[in-house]
Design a protein around this ligand. Structure first.
Ligand code: PMP
Length: 298
C-alpha cells in the first residue's frame, strides 16, 4: 500500500507524521471517508467540498486547491491500483508546540490512504442491525458542530462503547433535547406510511453524502421525503429503519432498544433503496483511469 503525504507516496510502514502534530495531540484536523466502485470515485466533488467546509469552519487553510485535492485522490487510487476501495482523506493542523494554539503549528499535513474495508458483516444487510439509544448525547452545534467532520470523534466513540457494552454494534445518539441525531458513523432514516424521514442537520446530524443521495433516490421512487425531528417513539413505531454512510452504504435496522422495527426484517422500501443505490454506485463517479471515461463516452 502506498500512502500519500503532502504530495509524495510512501510505503505504509514509512508513512509517518510528527508526534507533535496537533491532529494527534488534540484531534485538530478534518477528514473524509470516500469510496471507489468499479474504477470510479463516488461523489468525489461532494466529499472534497465537505472537507473544505469543515476546514473553513475550524480556520484550517488547506495548502492545496480543491481541484488539486481531487487529482491527488485519483492519483492515490491509481498508485494503489484498486478499482474498489475505501479512501481516507485527512488534513491535520500540522506540527506545533505542546500548547493548544493552532497559530504555532507549521504546515497542515495532507494524508490520503487508499485501502479495502468492509464495515459490517454480510448478515447485517440480510437480517438487519440491532441498535440501542445511548446516554452520551450528540455534541451541541453551539459546541463542536456535528456538521464539522473533525478528527475529534470522542463524542461518537463514547456512544460506540456504550452500544458495545449493551451487546450491540451501533448506537443511536440523541441530542440534548432528546431528539434523534444520528448514529456514531452513519445517518439514520425511518420509513413511515410511505414517507422517508430523517433528522434535520440542526438536530445534530452530519451532512451525510449518502444521506443526500438516498433522499434523492427516495423521491425518485415516489416517496415523500422530509427532514423532521424524530423521537425515540418515532423509531419504535417506524415501518422500517436504516442507516446510511459511505462505508456502510444502506444498512437495515430491525431492532431498536429491544423493540422490533416493523416486521422485524429488512423492509421493502429499504431493499428498493439498496438496489437503486447499488446501481448508482456501479456507474457514476470520477474515473480513476482514463479508459473508464472512454468506456462512458462509447
Ligand atoms: N455521521 C457521521 C458521524 C459520520 O462520521 C458519517 C461518515 N462516516 C456519516 C454520518 C455518514 O456520512 P457519509 O454518508 O457522507 O459517509
Amino acid at each position: 500500500m502506498k500512502v500519500f503525504i503532502n504530495g509524495k507516496f510512501y510505503d505504509a510502514e514509512e508513512a509517518k507524521i510528527s508526534v507533535f502534530d496537533h491532529g494527534l495531540l488534540y484531534g485538530d484536523g478534518v477528514f473524509e471517508g470516500i469510496r471507489a466502485y468499479n474504477g470510479r470515485v463516488f461523489k468525489l466533488k461532494e466529499h472534497i467540498d465537505r472537507l473544505y467546509y469543515s476546514a473553513k469552519a475550524i480556520l484550517l487553510k488547506i495548502p492545496m486547491s480543491p481541484e488539486e485535492m481531487r487529482r491527488a485522490v485519483l492519483d492515490a487510487c491509481r498508485e494503489n491500483g484498486f478499482r474498489d476501495a475505501y479512501i481516507r482523506l485527512v488534513v491535520t493542523r500540522g506540527k506545533g508546540t505542546l500548547g493548544l494554539g493552532p497559530d504555532r503549528c507549521e504546515n497542515p499535513q495532507i494524508i490520503i490512504i487508499v485501502g479495502k474495508i468492509q464495515l459490517y458483516p454480510k448478515e447485517y444487510y440480510e437480517k438487519g442491525l440491532t441498535i440501542v439509544t445511548v446516554p452520551t448525547v450528540r455534541n451541541l452545534h453551539s459546541a463542536v458542530n456535528p456538521a464539522i467532520k473533525s478528527l475529534n470523534y470522542l463524542n461518537n466513540i463514547l456512544a460506540k462503547i456504550e452500544a458495545q457494552a449493551a451487546g450491540v454494534e451501533e448506537a443511536v445518539m440523541l441530542n440534548a433535547q432528546g431528539y434523534v441525531a444520528e448514529c456514531t458513523g452513519d445517518n439514520i432514516f425511518i420509513v413511515k406510511d410511505n414517507r422517508l424521514l430523517t433528522p434535520p442537520l440542526y438536530a445534530g446530524a452530519l451532512y451525510g453524502i449518502t444521506r443526500r443521495v438516498v433522499m434523492d433516490l427516495g423521491r425518485e421512487i415516489g416517496l415523500e421525503v422530509a427532514e423532521v425531528n424524530l423521537t425515540r417513539y418515532d423509531l419504535y413505531a417506524a415501518d422500517e429503519c436504516f442507516l446510511t454512510g459511505t462505508g456502510a452504504e444502506i444498512v437495515p435496522v430491525t431492532k431498536i432498544d429491544l423493540r422490533e422495527v416493523g416486521e422485524g426484517r429488512p423492509g421493502a422500501v429499504t431493499q428498493r433503496l439498496v438496489e437503486s443505490y447499488r446501481k448508482l454506485t456501479a456507474v457514476s463517479g470520477d474515473p480513476i483511469w482514463p479508459e473508464a471515461s472512454q468506456a462512458d463516452a462509447g
